[in-house]
Design a protein around this ligand. Structure first.
Ligand code: GLU
Length: 494
């Protein structure tokens, strides 16, 4: 990470440290859209020397699960989007949400609504039957003090509703500039249900105040919540934060990204062989642009280039092909030791080598990875193509055999000669091997390819592999010679 002094956050009069948060509801896996919101907040915090906080919005007991909470942690950790303070669990703050709602009741900013839920449902259904939009009517439910006192004495349940004042509610959105809602379009919304539980807007505002959040950056599907939240801040006498609403993510067909479009969970991409930096880079460009043509950026570069001016209003398109391309770019440029650390557990899982073995032979392993990474877009592909470097023997692909060993006798003869030339070399290094084999080809009056192709099948079992001299080098002298000898036997017995 760069160590330059942090920039001053836009909109802040001083170098006040921004505090931002990611506030997922743990009702499923970590969605790529959520990860993108987390990333923008994280980048903002890093860019401006502030704090990135994590709040798990688990007030919906029915739908929240520990498994989702774990998936959120794992996804964020895999991406490296670590949070700066202890995780806040919204469900632990219900007493404060309740107290804040009651404070609004005491100041007259809110009132009790004793209307039974069934009656509201009936009114709503009647309005719909008339083809009208149901409008909540404050005059119908606001009672005199005496009526309230008698209902309270009778222990009748009530919800608390916010009394939306006249006028308009507006803010300067970090992404959309000025957004204004006429208050007449905002009905008196419930802040505390009759069972004493807070609704989303109340819980979020109460928590954002307690966490001293200075910027709320989230998906623009929340824009309609923002005027309600601003009204709550004002009624609670709290400074309102800045708001920024980032665009939705769509699939290639222009519809909101869903499972129909393929994997939408961050964890799925992790297990498909994507590097975290590719995912981050790709997500950053969904709704943000650095303002020039740069596309491939490390996380440190993203922090350096991040600016809210680059946040876009229009929906972003999730293009899986681009994500794979991006991964290929990162695979090619990531420091090799870093790549080794990421793929070592995958090699272990595939049964090719233990992590201890790989670290004992780090130089060799790094060399193998150098050969394979240029041909791969996913880390899985690296592991899938690495087999012949690790196993003692190779399996011959029938296609390769029928194509490149068609004349078994001739192939056996060439391979035997190849074996003998290579065995006579003093040094097992590519330049000497190449020289020896080209001289052999000349003396046999054949092209180099006629030697290299059968050799490739003997060493790799396939028609394609990294450069043949690199293969010889990394398979190693003894194993290479043994494989060529085995191929000669195979062809003679065939
Ligand atoms: N829990 C809400 C969500 O996941 C948070 C919205 C917000 O950031 O205020 O959409």
């Amino acid at each position: 990470m760069t160590s330059v002094a942090p920039a001053v956050a836009p909109g802040s009069a001083s170098a006040k440290q921004p505090r931002v948060r990611f506030a997922p509801s743990p009702t499923g896996f970590l969605h790529v859209g959520g990860a993108r919101t987390a990333l923008f907040n994280w980048l903002f915090a890093k860019k401006f020397g502030g704090q990135f906080l994590l709040r798990i919005e688990d007030t919906d007991r029915q739908r929240s699960t520990d498994e989702s909470t774990r998936a959120i942690f794992e996804g964020l950790e895999w991406l490296g989007l670590t949070w700066d303070e202890e995780v806040v669990y919204q469900g632990a703050n219900v007493a404060r949400h309740y107290a804040d709602a009651h404070r609004l009741l005491e100041t007259g900013a809110a009132y009790r609504d004793f209307t039974p839920a069934a009656e509201l449902d009936r009114l709503r259904a009647e309005a719909e039957a008339r083809g009208e939009v149901f409008r909540f009517d404050r005059a119908r439910v606001m009672l005199s003090e005496a009526e309230v006192a008698s209902k309270l004495a009778a222990n009748e349940p009530f919800a608390i509703r916010f009394k939306v004042p006249e006028g308009e509610t507006a803010w300067d959105d970090l992404v959309h500039e000025r957004i204004a809602f006429p208050n007449k379009d905002i009905e008196d919304f419930v802040i505390l249900r009759s069972d004493g539980t807070p609704v989303y807007n109340m819980a979020v505002v109460s928590d954002d105040i307690a966490m001293r959040i200075t910027l709320v950056m989230r998906g623009d599907d929340h824009i309609s919540n923002t005027p309600k939240q601003i009204l709550l801040y004002r009624a609670l006498g709290a400074d309102e934060p800045q708001f920024g609403h980032v665009p939705m993510i769509h699939g290639a067909d222009g519809k909101k990204l869903s499972k129909r479009h393929g994997a939408t969970a961050v964890g799925d991409y992790q297990h498909q062989g994507l590097l975290p930096q590719s995912m981050l880079n790709f997500l950053a460009l969904l709704g943000w642009s650095p303002g020039d043509d740069t596309e491939v950026m490390t996380l440190a570069e993203l922090v350096e280039k991040f600016h809210v001016r680059g946040l876009q209003k229009k929906a972003a398109v999730f293009d899986t092909k681009k994500l794979e391309w991006m991964n290929g770019q990162h695979l090619a440029q990531i420091p090799i030791a870093e790549l080794a650390a990421i793929v070592a557990p995958m090699f272990e899982r595939a049964g090719l080598a233990t992590a201890a073995d790989l670290s004992a032979r780090a130089e060799w392993f790094h060399g193998v990875l150098e050969l394979l990474r240029v041909r791969a877009r996913l880390t899985d592909e690296i592991v899938a193509q690495a087999g012949p470097f690790f196993t003692d023997t190779v399996e011959y692909d029938p296609d390769a055999v029928s194509k490149l060993w068609r004349d078994a006798n001739a192939a056996a003869g060439i391979l035997q000669a190849t074996h003998d030339r290579l065995a006579s070399l003093d040094a097992w290094e590519p330049a000497a091997m190449e020289e020896a084999l080209r001289t052999l080809a000349e003396s046999l009056g054949i092209s180099g390819g006629k030697i290299f192709q059968p050799l490739r099948v003997a060493l790799f079992g396939l028609t394609v592999s990294p450069g043949i001299f690199d293969v010889l080098l990394y398979v190693g002298r003894d194993r290479s010679l043994a494989r060529i000898a085995a191929a000669v036997q195979f062809l003679k017995n065939g």
